[in-house]
Design a protein around this ligand. Structure first.
Ligand code: JCF
Length: 674
């Protein structure tokens, strides 16, 4: 739908913008060394978006604007790797590495001096292959079983360290690039914290998080995950002669790939051994997880001579690091109670450092696990950190038993409220049956007031805890019956603060349907699913009427989620809370009424600069919940530009086009949070 025919100048301008953006993207993500400010980068990007909007026929698949993700797929197509993606034989000690080296010497028939090894970290992620034709990314796939993988092109395109177009002149006709998609440790932890808040299942480790993110049918989800790719080798290459691994790594670097800064060329086995021990020492200081080093015979001619076994090459080996384990003593085994009443046995340990982190607690998961491992209070145990998540007990060192150890018995009463504990048929988890268990109430309340739920500003955990301990509230709905004199009973409470708290509670009386559903804390229903339920069922009353079968008819709702929704609305205690919420003045919205009512319905917003009260994502969610739309660039169709701190070029553009701009205060008023 071109408004005018593009001339040479426009085509040239677009090409030039793409080159600049690609280059600065590379500086930022691959080299970690940006040359321009974020605002300048945004400006370039917005210009390109604007031009492509005007001339959609000029959009190419390698345009940097095409990294945002595409429509969800029904299933992945399969991709047959033209050269199998082999796995690596493993070595776990000096001896095993030397065994590998001896076999290399024997089979290659050349002298010790002629063999050089490249060494590199072994990334703990998901192996992928990228096919570039004439320098443009054509297909991206997972390793799969090594022969056939899944076509995840759309997903891989959202990863900023994967070039959509290669750098340089004389690009090969075809090059297959292999590498590992990983998630950095701090990004992984942040992601899990967010998921925990949203009531979503946690990833066990960064590798699972990376693999789960790449294997998403909806590339928009992949796009929201902080992923990286390190290139470590090539498959088929046409139109470029490479003679050794070292050279191919340098070539990949020149093409614009992120290559590990720790790749080295070793002249002999002693250098390899020294490298191994050096990396083992620094592994915990790296921002990502590695589980060993990869050693490769450098010369391709020698690699060919050595050949491959059925699944792994004879010219490479993965020398693994020992797992991150430590020995310590179990001082006590306590039981912690979560929001859903689940009782988790936790081993309290003599503190030890494991992989650079001090550990004083390790989860024992559930009763069966304690029995199976036969962990007793006083035992000396081996613990490990599995991919940086909650440490766990691996095994008991029986030879260290003195006979004074005490067996753990799952309490029959909740340690927090004293109610009976039950273990439902077929489940491994014990749960507190107390309907007024303070542990559950506190966790539930913290969830209820959080952002994305009822969003009550200023009600921190300590405040809620005190409220419960002073018996001022017993459930979520009680918040709506609080009077100023109640709030004044809290420690260090002042007049002004009490009023702010009451006003935050009052403001939350008009939630969006999504937020309200999410706030209820239905087991297995995170923010995303709450949105799905809101769209499909339009009101709480209607949602509450659905059978398990009706619920499973919704795409994305499986039998387990359906059952927990059904159970929630058939629990008299929950129905009472819902009634009480209504009595307390909480408006239960219906999607339709909501869509009609808000001043945001059908309006297009652009966000620029930083807001104090919300992240970009939060602001976007709020706007969308209220029926508005968020666009990345300003045009004359934009209704409002929300201007925060240090606004970018979008602000200038808004002024130029005469689009209405509003500041954060005005925005908050508009969305009814002021
Ligand atoms: O980092 C890795 N996980 C990794 C895996 C690195 C490599 O150089 C590899 C690999 C798997 C197979 N090279 C091969 C041939």
């Amino acid at each position: 739908m071109s408004m005018s025919k593009p001339d040479k100048k426009i085509i040239e301008k677009i090409k030039n913008l793409r080159e600049q953006i690609n280059y600065h993207n590379y500086r930022y993500y691959v080299l970690d060394s940006p040359q321009i400010s974020d605002a300048e980068y945004d400006r370039l990007f917005d210009q390109l978006v604007e031009l492509e909007k005007r001339y959609p026929e000029l959009i190419t698949p390698d345009s940097p604007t095409q990294r945002v993700g595409a429509a969800p797929l029904q299933e992945f197509k399969t991709v047959r790797h033209s050269l199998p993606m082999l796995s690596l034989n493993k070595a776990t000690s000096d001896e095993e590495f030397l065994d590998f080296h001896r076999r290399v010497l024997e089979l290659s028939g050349v002298g010790e001096k002629r063999i050089k090894y490249t060494v590199e970290p072994k990334f703990d992620g998901l192996a992928v292959e990228l096919i570039y034709r004439k320098g443009i990314l054509a297909v991206g796939s997972t390793r799969g079983d090594g022969v056939v993988g899944e076509d995840v092109t759309q997903n891989l395109k959202t990863i900023k360290t994967i070039p959509l177009r290669l750098f340089g002149k004389n690009l090969p006709e075809l090059i297959e690039v292999r590498g590992e998609v990983i998630m950095n440790k701090d990004d992984f932890e942040r992601l899990n914290r967010e998921r925990e808040k949203a009531g979503e299942a946690l990833f066990a480790n960064p590798r699972n998080a990376a693999a789960g993110s790449v294997r998403q049918l909806d590339s928009k989800i992949t796009s929201s995950r902080p992923l990286n790719m390190f290139a470590y080798g090539t498959g088929r290459v046409e139109g470029k002669k490479l003679t050794n691994h070292w050279e191919s790594i340098q070539f990949l670097k020149d093409l614009g790939f992120k290559v590990s800064q720790y790749v080295e060329l070793c002249q002999n086995v002693d250098q390899v051994k020294a490298y191994y021990h050096r990396l083992a020492k620094i592994r915990n200081d790296l921002p990502y997880e590695i589980d060993g080093i990869v050693i490769k015979v450098n010369e391709f001619a020698l690699q060919e001579k050595l050949g491959e076994l059925s699944r792994s090459p004879r010219w490479a080996v993965a020398w693994k690091f020992p797992p991150q384990q430590e020995t310590t003593r179990v001082k006590d085994i306590i039981v912690s109670v979560g929001r859903t009443g689940a009782l988790t046995p936790v081993a309290m340990l003599e503190p030890v450092r494991v992989g650079g982190v001090e550990v004083s607690r390790a989860t024992l998961h559930n009763e069966d696990e304690v029995q199976k491992k036969d962990v007793r209070i006083g035992d000396t145990v081996v613990i490990q950190r599995a991919g940086d998540v909650i440490p766990e007990v691996v095994k008991v060192i029986h030879s260290r038993r003195t006979g004074k150890e005490k067996k753990f018995i799952m309490p029959q009463r909740c340690p927090v409220c004293g109610s009976r504990v039950e273990r439902p048929e077929g489940e491994a988890i014990h749960r507190c049956t107390g309907i007024a268990c303070p542990a559950q109430i506190k966790e539930n309340l913290a969830h209820f007031v959080s952002k994305g739920a009822m969003d009550m500003d200023g009600l921190g955990y300590k405040f809620l805890e005190q409220m419960v301990d002073k018996k001022l509230i017993k459930d979520q709905a009680d918040l709506y019956f609080l009077k100023k004199e109640d709030v004044m009973k809290m420690d260090r409470m002042g007049d002004k603060l009490a009023e702010n708290i009451l006003s935050a509670i009052d403001k939350s009386r008009r939630p969006s349907l999504t937020n309200l559903i999410y706030a209820l804390g239905i087991r297995n229903v995170g923010y995303h699913l709450a949105g799905v339920l809101a769209k499909n069922f339009k009101s709480i009353d209607n949602l509450a009427r659905q059978s398990v079968e009706d619920l499973t008819r919704v795409h994305e709702i499986g039998p387990i989620v359906a059952q927990s929704i059904y159970n929630f609305f058939h629990n008299p205690k929950n129905l009472k809370i819902l009634e009480k919420l209504k009595k307390g003045g909480v408006k239960f919205p219906t999607e339709k009424a909501e869509a009609k009512k808000t001043p945001l319905s059908g309006k297009t917003f652009v966000l620029t600069g930083g807001l104090d009260s919300f992240t970009r994502d939060e602001a976007r969610k709020i706007i969308e919940d209220l029926g508005g739309r968020v666009s990345s660039s300003v045009s004359k169709n934009t209704d409002f530009v929300v201007v925060g701190k240090d606004p970018g070029s979008k602000y200038d553009k808004a002024l130029k086009l005469g689009v209405k701009t509003i500041n954060e205060e005005e925005f908050k008023k508009l969305i009814g949070r002021q």
